[in-house]
Design a protein around this ligand. Structure first.
Ligand code: NAP
Length: 296
């Protein structure tokens, strides 16, 4: 889908926060002919974004955003709300505002009353690196991009953000912010805390020789299951802080499930264990193998 502004040309896109997400978005959009204006906290980041071709122009001044038709906030979760409040006075009245943060309920509730053309967004794409140097082409290609409007969100603004996500090669999903937060708690936030608790439990081995042996023997199974728990501590903390209720709900179910497994092993219920593992074997595929299908 090609996104056209009323003038017939591609809209001018402002990106606030030129890190992994903002820089990657800029690279893809500029390649397609969009004009991209960048704003970031550090002048050095702005210079690198220009040098890398992620933006046409960039600086630390929010005034630059007055020229943008669409502004995308690509900031750390705990900065999005406060910076949106600073950005809004600089927007033209018709401008559409969106963000890419991994948690939606709190952010949508904070910004929507301030700007009727705000549409929450979350591209389900990324790497474990951060900053402008980590920005890359095609980061969003083929990945789900969740848009989380409310009942009052301007429909034209939703269509514009959906078209921008489609231009990035993403598969667009639309759902309520609460549904988003509950779903990502299961598949993104819970895994971080399960994986972190796995690492923490292993380091609880009290015999130093056994611990050292385990560290030498650890291979692909441990590498896979510990990967997200060994990631960025700030991001994990923000997931817990900004999606607290849904994370607690999923962790509590996880604890119950773990207790059931402990009971099965304790009582030597091998048939029960086999049944559980047969069920989980079959249940994994829809989470990891099916291509994403957009749904309203
Ligand atoms: P990042 O690489 O650390 O980039 C964030 C950028 O925000 C930094 O480069 C920083 O710019 C800028 N920034 C920080 N405070 C600022 C401020 N007060 N004013 C202006 N700019 C400021 O982080 P990211 O991975 O792109 O994540 C950004 C958002 O995307 C987060 O909300 C995250 O939840 C969401 N997200 C991330 C992923 C992922 O895998 N990483 C996936 C989906 C969604 P300076 O360099 O100028 O300081």
């Amino acid at each position: 889908m090609v996104l056209k502004a009323v003038t017939g040309s591609l809209p001018c896109v402002g990106i606030v926060g030129l890190g992994l997400m903002g820089g990657s978005m800029g690279l893809d959009l500029r390649r397609q002919g969009y004009r991209v204006i960048g704003v970031s906290r550090q002048a050095a980041t702005c210079d690198r974004a220009i040098a890398r071709g992620a933006v046409d122009e960039a600086g630390c001044e929010l005034e630059r955003l007055a020229a943008a038709d669409v502004v995308v906030l690509c900031l750390p979760i705990d900065r999005v709300g406060a910076i949106a409040t600073q950005v809004i006075p600089h927007l033209r009245p018709t401008a559409i505002l969106t963000d890419v943060a991994s948690v939606k309920g709190a952010i949508v509730a904070e910004i929507t009353p301030q700007w009727p053309r705000f549409v929450g967004g979350h591209p389900m794409a990324g790497t474990h690196e951060s900053g402008i140097e980590a920005a890359q082409f095609d980061l969003f290609q083929g990945r789900p991009y969740v848009i989380t409007p409310t009942a009052t969100t301007d429909r034209a603004a939703i269509a514009t953000v959906a078209a921008l996500a489609t231009a990035l090669g993403s598969v667009v999903y639309e759902c309520a912010p609460t549904a988003h937060d509950r779903a990502v708690a299961w598949i993104s936030h819970l895994p971080v805390f399960v994986s972190a608790s796995l690492i923490a439990a292993c380091t609880g081995e009290t015999d130093p020789q056994i611990l050292a042996l385990a560290q030498h023997l650890a291979s692909s199974g441990f590498r896979d299951t510990s990967r997200v728990g060994g990631g960025n501590p700030e991001l994990g903390t923000m997931m817990a802080r900004y999606n607290r209720e849904e994370l607690l709900r999923s962790l509590s179910t996880y604890r119950d499930t773990l207790n059931d497994l402990i009971n099965q092993i304790n009582t030597e219920d091998w048939a029960g264990i086999a049944e559980t593992l047969t069920e989980t074997h079959a249940a994994r595929s829809p989470f990891v193998d099916d291509p994403p299908h957009p749904h309203e």
